[in-house]
Design a protein around this ligand. Sequence first.
Ligand code: GAL
Length: 440
Amino acid sequence: MSGSMLSAIHVILGVSAFILPVRPLDNGLALTPTMGWLHWERFMCNIDCDTDPHNCISEKLYMEMADVMVKDGWKEAGYEYVCIDDCWPSMARDSQGRLQADPKRFPGGIKKLADYMHSKGLKLGIYADVGTNTCAGYPGSLGHYDIDAKTFAEWGVDLLKFDGCYMPKWTLLAEGYINMSRALNNTGRSILYSCEWPLYEWQFQQPNYTAIQQTCNHWRNYADVFDSWNSVTGILDWTADHQSLIVPVAGPGGWNDPDMLVIGNFGLSRDQQQTQMALWVIMAAPLLMSNDLRDIDPTSQDLLQNRHLISISQDPLGKQGNRTAKVNGFEVWQRPLSGGRLALAVINRQEIGGPRSFPLTLALLPSWRCCNLQCNVTQILPQYQEMGVHSLFSKLQVLVNPTGTALLVVSPVKGKPYTRPQAKKWFYYLKKDKSQSILL
Ligand code: GAL
């Protein structure tokens, strides 16, 4: 090849590297946010099967959860992955250096558990750690990435949650997460890769989200969720404070992970459970429940299986929503949906008093264009209600309980859009209207 041809190719490669969009991890997985169940928040590291056989980390727990997922409509609603978290392995690797499950608590081994899940049309997730040990002190994968990825693939595992404890130097986090991503890819098995890389890197520097998005299918950014309102609002506040950095990188194949849904446990009121579900759906978050599906109250079950909410979560456009207003103790969050639609959440962050009314005129939303000239408004939460067709300038009142959320879907109705002078006139009247001043 001639020198000039080579340099022409270099120029083309150089230019295309510059203009090609950054691609998320391309393993064909997590094209919409992952749905399933993960043991950690509810069952933690309970390994005492002698005194607590019903709740300890053992193969029985996952098999029972899988049975219920099929029997009680979870699988049908879209929940697919049954995921093991920390505390499953034996303290020692086997003679060939492979991780092995604790023999007393997992007598059948992980392969049998994976087969069990597959026989029910479900998938199995497992947990490991990028460092020398897992957070609970079990063997970590540092120095064993290839063999661990191969072992998981041979067992038929479908998802790996890769934690970030006990890394001897934080500067090794990036290469650790990237090497495990490669190792998983090299197995030839499709294994969804759930990372905690940014969470651990934030303690030292702002993570490189482009690299993270090219490496992982989802990634934890912030502290572990607890079964409390304080924890849920902490996650929401952190997300809103960092939205300009983290929202643009989310999309099909790679998602920000605000941690598990704790709906159906002990710490959240009915309104707070609705807020967690509505906002996880707006954030295009993985929907990984950590609760006891064998014993869950019907209201929580209905909320988690609400098909309108799940269809927002799984919307094919795959855009994460963000906070667009914070005013008078309310927050407004919006997520663009396919077909020019919009999901809109209004949270009442006040923790005193009764239900408060939020005045809503679609023209005042940052994405008001979605509704020019008219749109159909459907309330999904607190209860389903068709609110009818509204013009850009009609005044809607949304009633929201303290710590609760109203979730609406706004869909455009075809019509002739407002002309500029018409719109200008209406905006002028709106600005003069005191009841609307909250959004201006
Ligand atoms: C934490 C992680 C939790 C859970 C736990 C297990 O660091 O963020 O989600 O996996 O370790 O020990």
